[in-house]
Design a protein around this ligand. Sequence first.
Ligand SMILES: Cc1cc2nc3c(=O)[nH]c(=O)nc-3n(C[C@H](O)[C@H](O)[C@H](O)COP(=O)(O)OP(=O)(O)OC[C@H]3O[C@@H](n4cnc5c(N)ncnc54)[C@H](O)[C@@H]3O)c2cc1C
Length: 309
Amino acid sequence: MKERIHKDVVIIGAGMAGLTAALYCGRMNLDTLVLENAIIGGQIANATDIENFPGLASVSGKDLISALQRQTESFGAVIDEFDEIERVTLKTSPKIVETQEKIYEADAVIIASGMNRRKIPLAEGRKFETRGVHYCELCDGHAYAGKIVAVMGGGNAAVDAANFLTKYAEKIYLIHRSELRADEVSQKRLFANKKITVMLQTEIKALRGDKRLEEIEIFDKVSGVTKVIAVDGIFVNIGVEPNTKLFSDELTLSASGRIVAGEDCRTEIAGVFAAGDVREKEIRQLTTAASDGTTAALLAEKYLSKLHG
Ligand SMILES: Cc1cc2nc3c(=O)[nH]c(=O)nc-3n(C[C@H](O)[C@H](O)[C@H](O)COP(=O)(O)OP(=O)(O)OC[C@H]3O[C@@H](n4cnc5c(N)ncnc54)[C@H](O)[C@@H]3O)c2cc1C
């Protein structure tokens, strides 16, 4: 029989959003548990140079997250990275979060389970990650001033990434294996920009380089010709996978699979909040994840005060 434990707040996910929420909840003396099923820090855990976190000129993901974890734990929040969630029941009071080992009865739940970007489906992708292979143009695009980059993908995210990268790069190849799916306005901007060459019906077959990415091998499906082009970097935009499987029976998900909740992070179920990249919203950055974590925690505390009279 699993042990049943009561918590004021259970937070799912120990990325920037979840840790920030835990920091605030702990400081408000709420009995707070964070459940993490992979590595503490989430998407940013292994990033090398973060240069847009206010107040820090440059910081690694590891250092930023370690500092945040220490700060969070100093206020009493407990982080459990070993016990995996099997199911959740959110519409009841208390809400139930059942892990492999325990059953948590939580008065409020903050979902901060984030998302994973789809990785480039090539073996060398990992070797060059952060050394030419990137998944976030807002984060890493500035490093390519005056350089040649490729963008992989054909949806809105890829086309917007190519358009955005024209701020920095001298030349951009947008490479996609079929036709573009991006909206008309973005496509118009794409084709109007002389820095961008669009290569459709083209597959990326290999990444090459010594210590860093230096060139990519591409295959034109129409002509049947294989070519090698020199690039300094590639920004992969072939979709994301929000971590929302656990919640899909109880919460409304957007077309992209994220949890539908407003800027106040409240979901359709009272006492359940969605914070960070898992929430349907336009901008996904560390600062917006921290902002969501703050909002969710403060409004969870308000909810609990009312609940307990
Ligand atoms: C390579 C890279 C570089 C980036 N660089 C920057 C940058 O320089 N500046 C910037 O502002 N933004 C950057 N970003 C974006 C930024 O990382 C995200 O916007 C931010 O980390 C989102 O935080 P989050 O807490 O919402 O989600 P995540 O970071 O995705 O964290 C979610 C956490 O929840 C956990 N989780 C998922 N499912 C479960 C479950 N069922 N049970 C328990 N835990 C679960 C995950 O393991 C993860 O630890 C970068 C992103 C990437 C991929």
